[in-house]
Design a protein. Structure first.
Length: 279
């Protein structure tokens, strides 16, 4: 097992930080998987480093990374850049994925030579599942998409928050774990509202030829369970797998205290999907 950290300066203030997990003992022509965290998530959250290790042990070189405006800076584990969180849009996250992919294809990232860049997969958890679909649906370099308890609709903001933003320019969402008030600014709402057609997840999957693997915990939030069903019904080429007893984080927490049966089931299903030979 190897882990290689990297940092990509996107401009004077934005940085992509990530880790590449790989295992040379698993042979050549390994697929490459990009792991997208969700809302109020980060690459070092709870089980995510463990997941990346486990995927690598199964011959899937995995990159977990922080979106550049996710609110977590050099600390890697604390929301110490809340101003950036407050202006983190889907457009910004899609640009991050594009920048990361470009550096993969150009050879600028320190990837092992046994990685097959033509076997590029994108996995996203929760909101990150939405990013994975939005980015991968029409990207010719992406071979397949995996969602873990992914969203079916990009608008995560209720009317109370929208009203607060309309009146003051900024609204706040509580982070129960850190007890921080997480800001959301007008630019975030405008990004969602002005790109409704472009960000229509159900419409994207309805015409998407590439395979989609939907992995959802049976005990996740109702809107996400129902959303998984809607995605599967709309999708042209998908498979839906229910994780028995699994909640939104597959019964794991932060800080990570060990794996769970639902998490292991999600990993196993992901491996089966990514490792399936495709023409």
């Amino acid at each position: 097992m190897q882990k290689q950290s990297f940092s990509i300066a996107l401009d004077e203030e934005l940085t992509l930080r990530g880790d590449i997990h790989s295992d040379e003992t698993q042979g050549s022509a390994q697929p490459l998987l990009l792991f997208c965290h969700g809302f109020k998530g980060f690459k070092d959250w709870g089980s995510f480093p463990y997941v990346a290790d486990e995927l690598a042990k199964q011959g899937i070189t995995t990159i977990r990374f922080n979106f550049s405006c996710n609110g977590v800076g050099e600390s890697l584990t604390e929301f110490d850049e809340l101003e950036k969180f407050g202006r983190n849009t889907y457009a910004r996250e899609l640009a991050d994925l594009q920048a990361l992919t470009e550096r993969i294809l150009s050879g600028e990232l320190p990837l092992p030579d046994y990685v097959d860049k033509t076997k590029l997969y994108v996995l996203g958890h929760s909101k990150g599942g939405g990013d994975a679909i939005l980015f991968g649906a029409n990207n010719p370099h992406v071979a397949g998409i995996v969602t873990w308890n992914g969203i079916a609709h990009v608008d995560l903001f209720d009317e109370k928050l929208r009203q607060q933003i309309e009146e003051t320019g900024v609204g706040y969402i509580a982070n129960a774990r850190t007890r921080q008030d997480m800001p959301i600014t007008r630019v975030v709402i405008e990004d969602v509202d002005n790109n409704r057609q472009q960000y229509d997840i159900l419409e994207l999957v309805s015409t998407m030829e590439k395979p989609l693997c939907i992995i959802t915990g049976e005990k996740d939030y109702v809107r996400l369970v129902e959303g998984a069903k809607r995605i599967q019904q709309a999708a042209k080429n998908s498979e839906l797998h229910w994780i028995e007893g699994g909640d939104h984080t597959f019964n794991t927490r932060h800080p990570f205290a060990g794996t769970s049966a639902p998490l292991e089931a999600a990993i196993k299903q992901t491996v089966a999907f990514v490792r399936t030979p495709r023409t």
